[in-house]
Write a protein that binds this ligand. Structure first.
Ligand code: UD1
Ligand code: CA
Length: 459
């Protein structure tokens, strides 16, 4: 039978080196708190439980940042080191038997493929303890893996405790461990490190070797995956690594970028082939973009679905909306939650759409607000048209049926319905329903007073 797996993520450290009032593990990488990456990666392994160890000071903020994910929290009373942090998870692991995967909360770039491989090797070797290591181009700051002359791992030594020769070692601890839960008993025997006054989880290797427990260190995965974040400089580097990783992934899938270093894509976003993305674009959350689209500069798209062959022109903001095939949006369009732009429609310059459907082939090209409306197909909405959907207390609906023409600068005072094929003269304020195929006009007749200017000047 397969052994069960639970994960413990250590996230209770003070993050002093970050020099910030924000808890270290909540600093954002590509717009998402780093701890969320670790949690998500671990969840891809379908563990029985995921325990996040938090500290007193940061508990509330971390719980809030993870409120939508299925994890348990454990409280480390004082930040007494990584061994103490792990032991704080004991209660949350009560009743669990099997393997523990332990990770630091400040290494957000680890991939689930690497973790899977690590778990496989741990189990194949029938180890009680395994540690995931990597070769660091610059090992400074990481714990070094000390091996004997035969290559057997003996211990991990932290930076402060290294001799000058040991500082040359570039095989370092990634902060990822696998252990039989039973080994927690040995973890509780780890002694305080006199240099730092903390209990180092890394000491578990030496202790296990000494007690004859089967322990191993596996060097797998790429260095960039284990990039740990302790400082703002390391945070910036993580941004870079993640951005490059995401861009590479989409380039391999035939998405094109004019300047990838200024393109920001959440790991959760999906993009179709032959889509071209200009710089300074932000694609966020659950956004899905089809193929053959062009996303122009300064666009932000969040939690939205964009069809195929769509143009999103410069400086548009789309949030929680649906844009169908062959449409053009922007420049300077604002699509707010619940906007649905049907096939072939156009929403142009300075147009705001909220909780409304814009039907097939319809156009709202200039300076309009369309809220709580249902617009049919082949409708023309003139410049400056406003749906007056709010009476100060409640929102009301505007219905515009197929083939309607709305002249410029029209106010549609909701609730109101403009029926099929009707025509509204420019500058009208529409307060009553308009029957099909009729003209609605509601403006004062123009008067021209001849010679008025001349008379005024003389006067
Ligand atoms: C740790 C490892 C080091 C490894 C490196 C990999 C130890 C002693 N050292 O060093 O060998 O190369 O990670 O990135 O483990 N934490 C707590 N409670 C505490 C202290 C820390 O929960 O009392 C958490 C932190 O929030 C962090 C993680 O444990 O997420 C690691 O702590 P950190 O101080 O960053 O350890 P490093 O010095 O980076
Ligand atoms: Ca760290």
């Amino acid at each position: 039978m397969k052994r069960s797996l639970s994960a413990v993520i250590l996230a209770a450290g003070m993050g002093t080196r970050m020099r910030s009032s924000v808890p270290k593990v909540l600093h954002r990488v590509n717009g998402i708190p780093m701890l969320r990456y670790v949690v998500q990666t671990v969840q891809e392994l379908s563990p029985e439980r995921v325990v996040v160890v938090v500290g007193k000071k940061t508990e509330a903020q971390i719980k809030d940042a993870l409120k939508d994910v299925d994890v348990r929290f454990a409280l480390q009373q004082e930040p007494l080191g990584t061994a103490d942090a792990l032991l704080s998870a004991k209660k949350a692991l009560w009743g669990f038997r099997g393997d523990l995967l332990i990770l630091n909360g400040d290494t957000p770039l680890i991939t689930s493929d690497t973790l899977r491989e690590f778990i496989k090797r741990h189990r194949r070797a029938k180890n009680i303890l395994s540690i995931l290591s990597f070769s660091a181009a610059n090992p400074t700051g990481y714990g070094r893996v000390i091996r004997n002359s035969g290559g057997m791992p003996l211990m991990i030594k932290e930076e402060k405790d290294l001799s000058p020769e040991e500082k040359e070692i570039n095989e370092v601890n990634s902060g990822v461990y696998m252990m039989d839960k039973e080994l927690l008993r040995l973890v509780s025997q780890i002694k305080i490190n006199p240099e730092k006054g903390e209990y180092y989880l890394t000491d578990i290797l030496e202790l296990s070797v000494k007690r004859g427990k089967k322990a191993g260190v596996f060097k797998i995965g790429l260095e960039e995956e284990f990039h740990g974040i302790n400082t703002k400089e390391q945070l910036r580097r993580a941004e870079e690594i993640l951005r490059e990783r995401i861009i590479r992934y989409w380039t391999d899938r035939d998405v094109m970028f004019m300047n990838p270093s200024a393109t920001y894509i959440h790991p959760t976003v999906k993009i179709g082939p032959d889509t071209f993305i200009y710089p300074n674009t932000f694609l966020e959350g659950s956004t899905v973009i089809g193929s053959h689209c062009t996303i122009y500069p300064n666009v932000r798209i969040k939690d939205s679905t964009i069809g195929n062959n769509v143009e999103i022109k410069d400086s548009s903001v789309l949030e929680d909306v649906q844009v169908e095939d062959n449409t053009v949006v922007g420049p300077f369009a604002r699509l707010r939650p619940g906007a649905v732009i049907k096939e072939g429609a156009r929403v142009g310059n300075f147009v705001e759409v909220k909780a409304s459907v814009i039907g097939r082939g319809s156009k709202a090209q200039h300076l309009s607000y369309i809220g709580d409306a249902v617009v049919g197909s082949s409708v023309n909405i003139g410049a400056g048209t406003i749906t007056c959907n709010y009476d100060g207390k409640r929102k009301h609906k505007t219905i515009i049926e197929d083939n309607v023409f709305i002249g410029s600068d029209t106010q549609l005072v909701a609730p109101v319905k403009v029926q099929r094929g009707a025509f509204i003269g420019a500058g009208s304020t529409i307060t009553k329903d308009v029957p099909p195929e009729s003209l609605a006009l509601s403006r004062v007749q123009q008067t021209n007073i001849k010679g008025w200017v001349k008379r005024k000047k003389r006067g």
